[in-house]
Design a protein around this ligand. Structure first.
Ligand code: ADP
Ligand code: MG
Length: 379
C-alpha cells in the first residue's frame, strides 16, 4: 500500500467538460430526463487531505462534517491507525509484522479483526485463481518492495524458485476457537502481505463510520481506493478519473461515475525499479506463478464493487492476469472491470466488461445497486 495511485478526483474544469457524457436523447414525455443531479447544492463543505500508508488521502464532505475538520481528522486517523496496527508490514509492532517475524510453525494468536480480513482476502484470492495472493510476502521482499528494503537487481532463478516454495494459500492455516483466532505457518519463512488491500479497507472503514453518523454525501479517496455516497457540492453525481498511466502528473484517462459503489485501480506504473544490468523495469506487482514481477502490457486495472477492500484485492489479481483475462473474468462474474494496456505503437487502449458500461455514463442509473444496504419496507 505504498505509492499507490490510479484514481484521481476530478477538478471542476474537467467535470464541466464531461457533463454531456452519456446523456442520451430520451423521450421527455414518457421517460424521465437523464440527469446527474442527486442532491441539493451546498456551499458548506469539509475537506481534508493528508498522508497515510506512504501515500495520500483526500476526503470531501459536502454539507459539512459534524464537528468540522478537526473531528474528521480524528476519525480518519483513528481508522488509519486501526488498519495499520493490523496489517502493516512496515510497522514492526503491527499484528502481521509480528506474525511474519515469528519464525515458527506453532500457533500465533491474532485478533478477530485481522482474522476476518485474512479470510476475506483469501476468499477473493481463490476467485482470481490466486493471482492475488496474501502469502506473496517473501517474493515482495525478495524483489525489494517489502520492509527489508530496496534492491536494484533481479534475484537469481534459484532464489526465486526457493522462495516460491513457501508461497501459496496452502502455506498457512487460520483457525478459530471460541473468540480466539490462530494463524499457523507451514514453513517458518512464510510471510503474509495484505498491503494491496490497505487503502480499500481504510476507505470502507471510514465510509462505515460516516454512514453511522448519517452523513448523506461524501467522497473518500485513500490513494487509488475510493468510496463515495450521494453527490458533490453541486448536487451532482461524483466523478472520478481513471489515471492516464503514461503521464507523469495526475492526468485523467477516463471519467467514471461510481454511483455509490466502491472503485479502485491497481497499476504497475508507479512503483518499480530499473535493473541496470538488464535495462528492464520491474513492477511491485508480482505474479506468484512465476515468482517475478508482472511482465506484460497491461498497466492498470480498475474494479467496481460494493466494498473497496474487495475491489482493492481484485484489481491486483486482475492486473496480474492481464487485460484480456481481466475483462473476461469481469464478464463471467458480472463485475465491472476496466483495463488499460499499451499497444504496439505505444498507445493506451482501454477494454472493459459489460458491467462497467453504466459507470461510464454519468447519469443517474436506477439499476445500479448502491453500496448502501437495501431500503427496508413493504413490497
Ligand atoms: P497497486 O494496487 O496500485 O498496484 P498496492 O500498493 O495496492 O498498489 O499493491 C501493491 C502491493 O501489493 C505490493 O507492494 C506488494 O506488497 C503487494 N503485492 C504484490 N504482488 C501481489 C500479489 N500478486 N498478490 C497480493 N499482493 C501483492
Ligand atoms: Mg490493490
Amino acid at each position: 500500500m505504498k505509492y499507490k495511485k490510479g484514481l484521481t478526483l476530478l477538478s471542476a474544469g474537467v467535470m464541466a467538460a464531461v457533463l454531456s457524457l452519456g446523456v442520451t436523447g430520451c423521450n421527455e414525455k414518457t421517460q424521465p430526463q437523464a440527469t446527474d443531479i442527486v442532491a441539493e447544492k451546498t456551499t458548506q463543505v469539509t475537506k481534508l487531505e493528508g498522508k497515510t500508508f506512504g501515500t495520500f488521502y483526500y476526503i470531501t464532505v459536502p454539507g459539512g462534517y459534524p464537528g468540522g475538520k478537526e473531528t474528521l481528522q480524528k476519525d480518519a486517523e483513528f481508522v488509519f491507525k486501526k488498519v495499520s496496527d493490523a496489517i502493516s508490514t512496515f510497522d514492526k509492532n503491527a499484528e502481521i509484522a509480528r506474525f511474519n517475524d515469528f519464525k515458527s510453525t506453532e500457533d500465533f494468536v491474532i485478533s478477530g479483526y485481522l482474522a476476518n480480513i485474512i479470510e476475506e482476502v483469501s476468499r477473493q484470492s481463490l476467485r482470481v485463481d490466486q493471482a492475488m495472493d496474501p502469502t506473496v510476502g517473501p517474493l515482495v521482499n525478495l524483489w525489494g518492495f517489502g520492509p527489508s528494503g530496496d534492491i536494484k537487481k533481479s534475484p537469481t532463478d534459484e532464489l526465486i524458485a526457493q522462495t516460491k516454495s513457501y508461497v501459496g494459500l496452502d502455506k498457512f492455516e487460520l483457525r478459530r476457537a471460541g473468540n480466539t483466532a490462530y494463524l499457523r505457518k507451514a514453513d517458518p519463512r512464510v510471510a503474509l502481505d495484505l498491503s494491496t488491500i490497505g487503502e480499500g479497507l481504510a476507505a470502507d472503514e471510514l465510509a462505515a463510520l460516516m454512514d453511522e453518523k448519517n452523513i448523506p454525501s461524501y467522497m473518500i479517496a485513500v490513494a487509488g481506493a475510493i468510496r463515495s455516497k450521494g453527490g458533490n457540492a453541486d448536487g451532482k453525481l461524483w466523478r472520478v478519473g481513471v489515471e492516464d498511466p503514461l503521464s507523469q502528473g495526475a492526468k485523467v484517462f477516463q471519467v467514471v461515475c461510481p454511483q455509490g459503489m466502491a472503485i479502485s485501480t491497481a497499476g504497475s506504473y508507479r512503483n518499480f525499479f530499473l535493473d541496470e544490468d538488464t535495462n528492464k523495469f520491474y513492477s511491485h506487482v508480482i505474479d506468484t506463478k512465476t515468482g517475478r514481477p508482472i511482465d506484460h502490457r497491461t498497466v492498470s486495472v480498475t474494479v467496481i464493487d460494493k466494498s473497496a477492500m474487495v475491489t482493492d484485492a481484485l484489481d491486483t489479481g486482475l492486473l496480474v492476469l492481464g487485460a484480456q483475462e481481466a475483462v473476461q473474468w469481469g464478464n463471467k462474474n458480472s463485475t465491472p472491470v476496466y483495463a488499460i494496456e499499451i499497444d504496439d505503437e505505444g498507445k493506451q487502449v482501454a477494454t472493459y466488461s459489460r458491467a462497467f458500461e453504466p459507470y461510464l455514463k454519468c447519469v443517474v442509473n436506477q439499476n445500479i445497486a448502491t453500496a448502501a444496504p437495501p431500503a427496508q419496507g413493504s413490497n
